[in-house]
Each structure stands twice: as structure tokens, then as C-alpha cells.
Design a protein around this ligand. Sequence first.
Ligand code: ATP
Length: 197
Amino acid sequence: MIIGLTGGIGSGKTTVAKIFELLGIPVYYSDDRAKMLMTQDAQLVSEIKQHFGEAAYNAAGELERKYIANIVFNDPGRLALLNSLVHPATIRDSMQWASRQSSPYVMKETALMFETEAFHHVDKVIYVYAQQALRIQRVMKRDHVTRNEVFARMHKQMDEAIKAKLSDYVIYNNEQQLVIPQVIALHEELLKLVNAS
Ligand code: ATP
């Protein structure tokens, strides 16, 4: 069983994922893996070169992130094209990764669960909730960025209420409820679900 883990920027997805890892659940971190695939997945590298030119990579085979960023910045069509290459590669890779694991279930952490095809490839989705003001504070502190920079990132993502509605479980990471007991309770529920299937 593959469990998706999503939530808004700064909601605490990674923090929650680390707790599941402590319980022995392997976690696939989509953002990190996508970055790695952009230099190491032969098919994806070839597709990026085809659409963005050989200059997308330097002589050492590393991705020229600035070059790509300049192309896709302010050009939604080119950004959508890049995403249409990277997201399927990440889904392919995550399915292969999942098949190599032997735990009762695995987890896939991704901010763009419903904005991409990712939700078609998971069995259940957990949504990590924290109110916007708290998420902004956390990201400002973590990334040393301004409030406006956090807002700009937030506005690129889907409405939080819709994501919550589309999810199967919610973990409240809002500093009012303890997070670890919620994760343990959900872990036990998921184990029961696996055993019953
Ligand atoms: P992003 O979408 O930007 O990747 P995220 O949803 O993965 O963010 P985290 O990186 O887990 O969020 O959390 C954002 C910041 O808030 C981190 O610095 C983390 O340490 C902190 N944080 C998360 N949850 C809590 C909490 N319950 N108490 C205190 N700090 C927290």
C-alpha cells in the first residue's frame, strides 16, 4: 500500500514524514528525488535536452538550474512543459522504489499531490494541516525569506480546503494538538487496513 502525504507549504509534511520513518515506514521525498532524477534518469535527461537544448546541462552532466529557471520563469507554458516531463518520471521512479520496499506500507511525500497525477498512484492520502499564519512564520524562519516570498510560493499551490477535502486523513500540526500521538494512531490504523486487505 502506498500512502500519500501532502499539505501546504510549511504545514510540516517533512516533519510528519520523519516521524513515520521513526516507526519504520520508508518515505519517498518527491521533491528531492525529482531533483536527482533531472540529472540521473537517462530518459528524463534526454527529454529535457530535446525540449530545452543541450545547454540545459554542463560538461559534467549537471543540470544548469539557472538556465532552466530563466526559461520557465514567467513562462507558464514552458513551466508546464518541464513539469510534464519531470512529474511522470517521478511517478515512474516512485513506483519502482515502492516495489523494492518490504514494509507493510510506504509513504510518498509530495506537495503537488492533487496538482499532478500523483494521487492516482497512491492508495490513501494524508493531509497535514496548519493554519496559514503559522505556515508563513515557519517558512520565513526556516528559509530566511520575507512574508511576500512565502505568499508568492503559496499562491502557486492549490486551495488548501480542496486538498483537505480530497484527502482521507488529516494530521493537525498547528501547535494545539500533539503530533506524535496522531502519527502513532494513524500508523496503527494503516497497519490494520493493510492486514485487512
Ligand atoms: P515545504 O512545503 O516548504 O517543504 P513542509 O510542509 O515539508 O514544508 P516542514 O519543513 O516539515 O514543512 O516544516 C516547516 C518548518 O516548520 C520547519 O522548519 C520545521 O522544523 C518547523 N515545524 C514543523 N512542524 C513543527 C512543529 N510541530 N513545531 C515546531 N516547528 C515545526
